[in-house]
Design a protein around this ligand. Structure first.
Ligand SMILES: [Zn+2]
Length: 493
């Protein structure tokens, strides 16, 4: 990091995430990405006069799930407010949001730090709001698509406790992982269902007051978040070192130029004139509902990491890779439950399974065979019926065909030959075809042994059990090394 030792960065993140509900937050329109423009709309989400919002209960349940997973306090009573501003994609002229009394207060997220104690980042609040529509600018006209208008948004605000661009990215990854584990959000940054604004300031080390901050918007990938924050820390440090002053501004990240640039002041100097939303009553959360959701809460990544560290002998790196996505950890666990040894199941999941899933455009569960079939395949390796390489070939084929392990191994002729008589025959053929090399071997070029093994394996199309090949070849070469009767000096001549 280019930041000088004399300064430290102070970073807080505001994350907006779209909730995976079937309908929007205040009306019954479908909450889906990619529909034809203005297909999922009604008078409520288009802001027609005289309509009334009705709160979606599912939104409440999902938000409480996130609040509990992040150790937040769930407010028994919270309120919706109107955040007033004018923009073409906001036909009501205000956004319904939670301002003074959000649904979740406080809490924290723990970041893994390898083998050390996790780093705890405090949260300020988690609140609910409705999303706006989307402006589409064309050369000849600007259009508005209201499909997104009124989709439920969760805003998760961290305290300014992050100290580097890398830490900010680690926080975002962990938060995204939590939301995906909880099945609350798909966390898709490209489609805008997981968006981030970063507040960045720099101050002299040891200072307790916060410096003037820059808010960076438009960060739609992990890479951009890291680059933009790094750039902003360097920019502010240079200004402070030169004796300058940081202005409180909103910046946009420009990925093409790799820098942040200020937005015109008109675009951020809002006075939102918040006031309580008169069309919605106070939101009351009965304690029984919180307890009911707590009882059904899925495991979160931190809990799974702790469980693996306690119960399984895996490295911190392996635990990290296996727990980032819930379905990957589930897959690994299903293989272990099917009788595959922990380390073998972990290795296979981290290499073959993740590779197949990354190379596929399908969802994870469609890209790879069911874990029981992969376990059946690995059992064939453990029983010496196929080689590890053959298993990799079979696995790749199973990902595409959907056929089971036994059928695939048979269809591809991958069964390993351990039968000594068959292997012995091939060894004899190879040794007689390579008679000159056999002579060199006996003259002392012992590394030719590997060559003979390779020739036998090749002749058997990779299906020979290498252990048996080694044994048979050793025996034969030792025999061939002994002088044969015709080489013995004739006696009594
Ligand atoms: Zn609607």
């Amino acid at each position: 990091m280019a930041i000088s030792d004399a300064y430290e960065a102070v970073i807080g993140l505001e994350v907006h995430t779209q909730l995976l509900t079937r309908s929007k937050i205040f009306c019954g329109c479908a909450n889906e990405f990619g529909a034809a423009p203005n297909h999922n709309v009604c008078p409520v989400c288009m802001g027609m006069p005289g309509v009334l919002p009705v709160f979606n209960r599912r939104v409440l349940e999902l938000t409480i799930r996130v609040g509990l997973a992040t150790h937040s306090q769930i407010s028994e009573r919270s309120i919706f407010a109107r955040k007033n501003y004018f923009y073409p994609d906001l036909p009501k002229g205000y956004q319904i949001s939670q301002y003074e009394r959000p649904l979740c207060v406080g809490g924290y997220i723990e970041l893994p730090t390898g083998n050390g104690a996790p780093r705890r980042i405090q949260l300020a609040r988690i609140h609910l709001e409705e999303d706006a529509g989307k402006n589409i600018h064309r050369p000849t006209a600007s259009l508005v698509d209201f499909n997104r208008s009124g989709t439920p948004l969760l805003e998760i605000v961290s305290e300014p406790e992050l100290r580097s661009a890398e830490e900010a990215t680690a926080y975002l990854r962990e938060l995204r992982s939590i939301l995906r584990y909880l099945e609350v959000s798909d966390g898709n940054m490209e489609e805008g269902s997981f968006r981030c604004d970063a507040n960045v300031s720099v101050r002299p080390c040891g200072a307790t007051e916060l410096g003037a901050k820059t808010e960076i918007k438009n960060l739609n990938s992990f890479k951009f978040v890291e680059k933009a924050i790094k750039h902003e820390i360097e920019r502010q440090t240079a200004v402070l070192k030169a004796g300058g002053k940081i202005m409180q501004e909103t910046h946009l990240w420009d990925p093409e130029r790799g820098e942040t640039r200020p937005m015109r002041s008109k675009e951020y100097a809002h006075d939102y004139r918040y006031f309580p939303e008169p069309d919605l009553p106070e939101l009351y959360v009965p304690p029984e509902l919180v307890e009911q959701i707590r009882a059904q809460a899925p495991e979160v990544p931190a809990a799974r990491r702790a469980r693996y560290a306690r119960d399984l002998s895996l490295s911190a790196y392996e635990i990290d890779v296996l727990t980032q996505e819930r379905e990957v950890g589930d897959y690994f666990e299903a293989m272990v439950a099917a009788g595959i040894e922990t380390k073998a199941a972990a290795n296979w999941t981290m290499t073959e399974v993740l590779r197949a899933s990354n190379e596929s455009t399908e969802t994870f569960s469609n890209a790879v065979p069911p874990p029981a079939q992969t376990a059946a395949l690995l059992k064939l390796v453990a029983q010496n019926e196929i080689s590890l390489n053959a298993a990799k070939t079979a696995f790749a084929a199973m990902c595409k065909s959907g056929q089971d392990a036994a059928t695939t191994v048979k269809a591809l002729g991958l069964a390993q030959v351990s039968d000594e008589a068959t292997i012995s025959q091939v060894c004899d053929q190879v040794l007689s075809a390579e008679a000159d090399k056999v002579a060199q071997f006996h003259a002392g070029r012992e590394k030719l042994f590997g060559f003979f093994v390779g020739q036998v394996v090749k002749a058997m199309k990779g299906n020979a059990n290498p252990k048996v090949v080694n044994e048979v070849l050793k025996r034969k070469l030792a025999m061939a090394g002994r002088p044969s009767p015709s080489d013995l000096p004739s006696s009594g001549a």
